[in-house]
Design a protein around this ligand. Sequence first.
Ligand SMILES: Cc1cc2nc3c(=O)[nH]c(=O)nc-3n(C[C@H](O)[C@H](O)[C@H](O)COP(=O)(O)O)c2cc1C
Length: 205
Amino acid sequence: MTNVAVIYYSSTGNVHTMAKAAAESAEKAGAEARLLKVAELAPASVVAGNQAWADHAAATADVAEATLDDLEWADVILFGTPTRYGLPAAQLKQFIDTTGGLWFQGKLVNKVVSSFTSTSTAHGGQESTLLALNNTFYHWGSIIVAPGFADAVQFDPANGNPYGASSISGNNPDNVAEANLAAVEFQARRAVEIAAALKRGFQAA
Ligand SMILES: Cc1cc2nc3c(=O)[nH]c(=O)nc-3n(C[C@H](O)[C@H](O)[C@H](O)COP(=O)(O)O)c2cc1C
């Protein structure tokens, strides 16, 4: 059994929808998946001042928050974040910045990792967000499994980001195109397949 942690941050639902699709796809591929959010860091007054943000926070109140134990448990970690000025959201970064102890013990080495994002606009920084996350994964010694163009779904005009599935929300809440969901499903499936093959390879070695 391959263990998959899908760890995400979402203010208005786009990344959450992608994360759910990733977790479901991982399960269909035979893995055990955990769908986990990271803690909200924005002041409650700011969240309350944006109806879509407040609604999404209420709708996902029952989603468990990711812990370091989830990272240890996982063979595959899929990270989802909206783009914030071309970078990952601080909420996800804050969680990542609690991993020093695991990193020091080498516990993130050889984890298969992959990431996905959502932006408002087509050129709003999808690649820069995903590449910024990758910097951390190199430090961890993890194995980055990007989708590349390894499946026909990537050639859909709504997809085509080899660094990771990406949706364009137009700043609308929960506005992920079917093609983008298919892309993130492929990305999750591919990560599970590679992690399972790696496990078999290490066991055989
Ligand atoms: C502070 C802030 C910064 C943002 N920066 C960008 C950006 O650089 N490029 C972009 O296209 N969208 C940007 N957006 C829009 C979000 O990334 C976009 O609406 C995304 O789909 C939200 O995902 P969510 O619904 O999962 O929260 C920004 C939004 C906020 C609130």
